[in-house]
Design a protein around this ligand. Sequence first.
Ligand SMILES: Cc1cc2nc3c(=O)[nH]c(=O)nc-3n(C[C@H](O)[C@H](O)[C@H](O)COP(=O)(O)O)c2cc1C
Length: 172
Amino acid sequence: MKRAIEPTSVERKMREDDFIVSKTNAKGIITYGNPIFIEFSGYSEEELLGSQHNIIRHPDMPRSAFNLVWQTIQSGREFFGYVKNMSKDGSYYWVFTHITPDLDSAGNIIGYTSVRRCPKADAVRKIEPVYRAMLEAERAAGARSAIEAGTNVLVEIMNQSGVSYEELVFSL
Ligand SMILES: Cc1cc2nc3c(=O)[nH]c(=O)nc-3n(C[C@H](O)[C@H](O)[C@H](O)COP(=O)(O)O)c2cc1C
C-alpha cells in the first residue's frame, strides 16, 4: 500500500508566466504532464504517467468540489476553478485551473486537458473559507452524504449572492 503523504505548511508559488499542463484519459489517468507540472508535483515523469490524477490531491480539498469538476467535464463542458494541490513532499500549491474534454471525430470524450495558471492571491484568500466550510459539512455529514452536504454549502453561497458557479469563480 502507498504510504500517505503528510501535508506541510510549505507553499510553492506559481510564477506569473507558468502554465501547468496535464492530460488524462477518460478515467482521469495521467497521460501527459509538461515540465512545470512535473516540477510542481515533485514526482518523476515515470511516477506520474499512468497514475490517477488524484496523486496530487490535497486533503484540504472537499470531495464535492471534484464531484462538480467531473459532472461538468463528463457532460462535455469546460470547468474553471481554484484548486489546492499537494506535492510529493507534502508542500502545497494553489492553481487556477481550466479543464476541457478532448473529443474524437465522432464527438466522444476520449480524455481531458487541464491548463493551470497562477491564481490571484485575493481569490485564494476568498475561496479558502468556502472550501473549508464545504469540507466541514462533508465531515459532519459522514461519507454517504458528504457530496450532497458539501455541494449544499456551495449552492447556498451561490443562492445568497444570486450568481452561477462560473460567475462566482470569476468574481473572486
Ligand atoms: C484533466 C484533469 C486534471 C485534474 N487535475 C487535478 C488536480 O490538479 N488536482 C486534483 O486534486 N485533482 C485533479 N483532477 C481530479 C482528479 O481526477 C480527482 O477527481 C481528484 O483528485 C479527487 O480525487 P478522488 O476522485 O479520488 O476523490 C483532475 C482531473 C482531470 C480529468
